[in-house]
Design a protein around this ligand. Structure first.
Ligand code: PEP
Length: 249
């Protein structure tokens, strides 16, 4: 399994020129080619990112969202195949902002996962509970439901994907799950995957932690069993802070 995956989700930040500037600053700051780095720029900046990262195979690019239909009258959406032809290798699916700001359902997440596999895009599937769900002691129930729905019907041949446990209350808030809470959620996700996919396949899936990760807390989180990388929002926007996270990893 690839471990120590460092993924950056830029959300709705950095147009094409800011993207070029990010990479100009990022590569000199990055001395370690070791961790696998994934960057998810806005779709409109993907081509600029493809150009800017030429010759740096340790950095792969992804799209933040896809629609499940291959083409058609879906204004504003991007199909999986279009993302591939623009240079994306990965796609974020089920990010909490898609679920909670845009109302994406478990079924829609599943359709997007299937569409991604259909075009050879590698999905990074996000799950996580809200604060209310945590306070109601429903963490396990929520993440198990989300992961079961997302993996429902995936083809036997679909071996490559990643998961991210991102508690909604930790995203963009400065609050981070304790290593023990992260370990417990990641352990549950590994167990459910083992049940669904079998041990050999499940052990190959990196599970990332996301939620206010920065260069000070990344090492402690990566020490936790079953935490195989991190998904970073705010701290991935600045080239030097994202490079510092990659270095700490
Ligand atoms: C995210 O957007 O996936 C995320 C984890 O954001 P932040 O690091 O800002 O909490």
């Amino acid at each position: 399994m690839i471990s120590n995956v460092i993924a950056g989700n830029w959300k709705m930040n950095h147009g094409p020129s800011a993207t070029r500037k990010f990479f100009e600053d990022f590569f000199p700051d990055l001395s370690f080619p070791e961790p696998r780095i994934l960057i998810f720029p806005p779709a409109i900046s993907l081509l600029a990112a493809v150009e800017a990262r030429k010759g740096r195979p340790e950095v792969a690019l992804g799209i933040q969202n896809i629609y499940w239909e291959p083409k058609g009258a879906y204004t504003g959406e991007h199909a999986a195949g279009m993302a591939v032809s623009a240079g994306a290798e990965y796609v974020l699916v089920g990010h909490s902002e898609r679920r909670h700001v845009f109302g994406e359902t478990d079924e829609q997440v599943q359709q997007k996962v299937l569409a991604a596999f259909g075009e050879g895009l590698i999905p990074l599937i996000c799950v996580g509970e809200t604060l209310e769900e945590r306070q109601d002691n429903r963490v396990d129930e929520v993440i198990v439901r989300q992961i079961r729905a997302a993996l429902n019907g995936i083809p036997e041949t679909a071996t490559q994907f990643l998961l991210a446990y991102e508690p909604v209350w930790a995203i963009g808030t400065g609050e981070t799950a304790t290593p023990s809470d992260a370990g417990s959620a990641h352990g549950i996700l590994r167990d459910v995957m083992t049940e669904i996919l079998g041990g050999d396949r499940a052990s190959e899936v990196p599970i990332l932690y996301g939620g206010s990760v920065n260069s000070s807390n990344v090492s402690d989180l990566l020490d936790v069993p079953n935490v195989n990388g991190v998904l970073v929002g705010n701290a991935s926007l600045d080239a030097s802070s994202f490079a510092a996270i990659a270095e700490s990893a």
